[in-house]
Design a protein around this ligand. Structure first.
Ligand code: EPZ
Length: 417
């Protein structure tokens, strides 16, 4: 098991290129199932989660080629088979469940093991299944599996009790080949939903309204393979913005789009971070004294839950009291115990964490419990007094491309061993 060793206190400077979005590439890879042809995903991030989804597609007999030098993933789903996806793949990464809607639309039947929960919550899929059932699928759940059958999916009006990202994506994909019109009300509005809709339209799908809470999909007969380049990873970008703020440094991010970073930009500016944007680059200056603030995670365009842990590290270092309320996942404060080991003063009260800023974190041996909690520990390590050892970094590798290389290039003293 590799680990990160960080000697804190180094200032950061220079530029960092932001990779493409994990949470955009994953549903897009699932959507290649619908094309029945060859898709080329360019500038694809070479991440563990992307490799797992490629393994899922290979299980379904798609031809997959991963070019790690040029960051290209080619997927040919001309000859696909509706074989079962192995349990361990689905349990390894719950986003594998995103193939359900596309496989159902293509084959009229599909069986897949229920995605397990994960450290941050039980992660139910009731909204996914409700949507697929509304399109005419017969759903059977039992023995850890879910099976769905539908001679022909037909369009329907679907209201999502919660604007679930995954459920919106699964329904969008299934509806693309359904007969008739599907309207998704209270749909998720995340940038990754917009990116998936643009990809589906490029395949030949008929979709309107992405990015609003009502998405309308008119089924088509046939789609075909295309080339595509996903949007940038707004969570990686936010993580590096906080790396500048927490080390009181100034750095430049390249390949970003202000539109998709509004909640993070707003909150960091509120705290006193100077942020200047021109075109696709962003200058982030955290050298001023920063003020505490309160965060409530909400569905987009609210503050992203995927930035909550990283923000906690920053607020734990800012003089004063801050409160973070996590409204999306029921167990996403796993980083609190580890940050406390580093000297953080954080108290959990139900779905809120009360944070009293401390002068300094002190380096300690800690472990990543989930992807974003791991990122939060890196951020704390960058400014801690002394050495921090972070174990179980495989969690972090799921969502960040060579994070230690990018941080070292900015001046951090960080090694992977
Ligand atoms: C996506 O997960 C992201 N993953 C998550 O990123 C992100 O945190 C989340 O959206 C919220 O933005 C990918 O895109 C691969 P949801 P997803 O369905 O689709 C409840 C990361 O760190 N819910 O919007 O699973 C659920 O329990 C990961 O990159 C139901 O109740 O999120 C949760 O409380 C972590 N029933 C809330 O909705 C359902 O059927 C949000 O879940 C589905 C979800």
């Amino acid at each position: 098991m590799s680990k990160f060793i960080i000697k804190g206190g180094k200032k950061l400077s220079g530029e960092v290129n932001i990779s493409s979005a994990k949470n955009s590439v994953l549903p897009i890879l699932a959507a290649t199932i619908l094309s029945g042809g060859k898709c080329v995903i360019k500038n694809s991030p070479m991440l563990e989660d992307v490799f797992v989804l490629c393994d899922v597609l290979k299980t379904l007999l798609a031809k997959v080629n991963i070019d790690k030098i040029n960051n290209i993933v080619e997927v040919d789903t001309s000859n696909l088979s509706d074989l079962n996806v192995s349990d361990d793949l689905v349990r390894k990464m719950r986003a594998s469940f995103l193939v359900m809607g596309a496989m159902l639309a293509r084959f009229g039947r599909f069986k897949i093991s229920l995605p397990g929960g994960c450290n941050i919550g039980s992660r139910p899929i009731d909204l996914h299944l409700k949507g697929l059932a509304a399109l005419g699928a017969k759903i059977k759940v039992g023995h850890g599996y879910v099976e769905a059958y539908a001679d022909k999916l037909t369009g329907a009006d679907i209201y999502l009790d919660f604007p679930s990202v995954g459920a919106t994506e699964n329904i969008m994909m299934a509806a693309t080949l359904a007969k008739g019109v599907t309207i998704i009300e209270n749909a998720a509005k995340e940038p990754e939903i917009i990116d998936l809709a643009i990809f589906l339209r490029k395949l030949g799908g008929n979709i309107q309204g992405e990015g609003t809470d009502t998405i309308t999909i008119t089924g088509v007969e046939k789609l075909e393979g295309v080339e595509y380049e996903p949007i940038f990873d707004r969570i990686e970008a936010g993580t590096f913005m906080i790396a500048a703020a927490i080390t009181n440094s100034a750095i430049t991010l390249r390949g970003v789009n202000e539109k998709y970073l509004k909640p993070v930009i707003a909150k960091l500016r509120e705290m006193g971070v100077k942020i200047d944007i021109n075109n696709d680059s962003m200058f982030v200056d955290g050298r001023n004294k920063l003020n505490p603030t309160d965060i409530i995670t909400m569905p987009y365009p609210g503050f992203p839950t995927d930035m909550q842990s990283q923000m906690m590290s920053l607020l734990a270092k800012v003089n004063g009291t801050s409160i973070i309320t996590e409204t999306i996942f029921e167990n996403r404060f796993m980083q609190v115990g580890e940050l406390t080991r580093m000297g953080g003063n954080i108290k959990i009260d139900g779905r809120s964490a009360i944070i009293e800023g401390v002068q300094d974190f002190t380096g300690a041996e800690v472990k990543a419990t989930d992807l974003r909690a791991g990122a939060a520990l890196i951020l704390a390590g960058l400014c801690a007094k002394g050495e921090t050892v972070i174990n179980d970094v495989y969690h972090i590798d799921r969502g960040y491309v060579s994070i230690e290389k990018k941080l070292k290039a900015l001046g951090a003293d960080m090694e992977r061993v």
